[in-house]
Design a protein around this ligand. Structure first.
Ligand code: B12
Length: 265
């Protein structure tokens, strides 16, 4: 067999209609890359597809499929994978925790080990921001909220995506969230916190190690501006405990952050 195949050739190999293969490619079940206007499928990918377990919550590895689309810079394909995951296995929170989160962490790990170019990481991040924009719009329940949470990253930390994902999951669980984004100056963070009504928690995302001192300093300043019963919560790729920055609680992911706030407040 040739190293890569067209959609029609792959269909012949699989004994299915070429539109079926085209659909597999579109939703990310079968990895493929675009050569001009034509999709090409690697023979090795076709072989593992043939042996793949049938799709379902356990079988389908949506994270790998999304990873592939993000690395290819394929925004439409990335959204198709998310829609397929939403249709068959996950709610929007699950897409963040089990699909988009793992795909982005894999991209970060491959960048760190030198097997993935930083330009690809940047392009994938830009696409991920737009995916979060679309998904987040579906995660805003109406009605009374359970309290306000202010989130952001400290000065010097440019990672807004992890905080945006935590914000959406908290919103989906009924909290009013002010997401200040990344690289927030201390005084802006303090002003946002002081102007919030019904504040139950402040969350600081620390994704890059060099921002740890800034996070520690920010937390010290915010503690002077908030009531004693407001929780100070931290998380992010650069820390593994609350002690690292002097917060009250550390959350390993967005769902844990939600659990901590609803348990403690
Ligand atoms: C996207 C990305 C970027 C983008 C950010 C774009 C944006 N708008 O956010 C750009 C390209 C700008 C970038 C820049 C850099 N990055 Co970067 N980046 C990433 C990457 C690949 C993905 C981040 C992401 O979206 N993750 C997906 C989310 C869902 O996962 P998560 O971050 O683990 O978040 C979950 C939990 O940690 C937790 N959580 C996260 N934040 C918070 C906050 C609160 C309050 C709570 C409660 C919980 C919580 O819940 C989240 C959801 O479940 C990570 C890899 C990684 N491991 O995450 C590297 C990573 C964070 N970056 C890294 C580095 C080194 C850099 C750069 C220095 C170099 C570079 N790669 O260009 C610069 C630094 C810029 C700066 N001064 O901050 C390192 C940091 C290592 C370290 N310990 O310092 C990482 C870990 C990559 C790696 N493996 O080495 N990056």
């Amino acid at each position: 067999m040739a190293a890569t195949l067209s959609v029609r050739e792959a269909a012949e190999e699989l004994g299915v209609h070429y539109m079926t293969v085209y659909r597999y490619v579109r939703i990310g079940r079968l990895p493929a890359t675009k050569d001009g206007a034509e999709w090409r499928i690697r023979a090795a990918d076709l072989a593992s597809f043939t042996n793949e377990p049938k799709p379902g919550r356990g079988g389908a590895d949506w994270g790998s499929r999304l990873y592939q689309r993000l690395v290819n810079g394929d925004e439409a394909g990335s959204w198709n994978v998310i829609e397929a995951a939403l249709a068959s296995a996950h709610d929007a929170t699950g897409v963040y925790t089990d699909v988009l989160g793992p795909a982005m962490r894999r991209i970060g790990a491959e960048w760190a080990e030198g097997s993935l170019d930083v330009a690809i990481e940047h392009r994938a991040s830009a696409i991920a921001s737009r995916l979060v924009g679309r998904l987040g719009a579906r995660m805003r329940p109406r009605g009374r909220h359970k309290g306000t949470v202010v989130l952001g990253s400290p000065a010097g930390d440019r990672h807004s995506l992890p905080v945006a994902m935590v914000a959406d999951v908290l919103r989906a669980s009924g909290y009013e969230v002010t997401d200040l984004g990344a690289d927030v100056p201390d005084e802006s963070f303090e002003m946002a916190v002081s102007n919030s009504t019904g504040l139950v928690a402040v969350g600081i995302g620390v994704s890059v190690s060099k921002a740890i001192p800034a996070a520690r300093r920010l937390i010290g300043r915010l503690r002077r501006a908030i009531a004693d019963d407001v929780l100070v919560l931290t998380g992010g790729a650069a820390i593994e405990s609350a002690g690292a920055v002097g917060s009250d609680f550390y959350a390993a992911d967005a769902v844990e952050a939600t659990e901590i706030i609803s348990r403690e407040r």
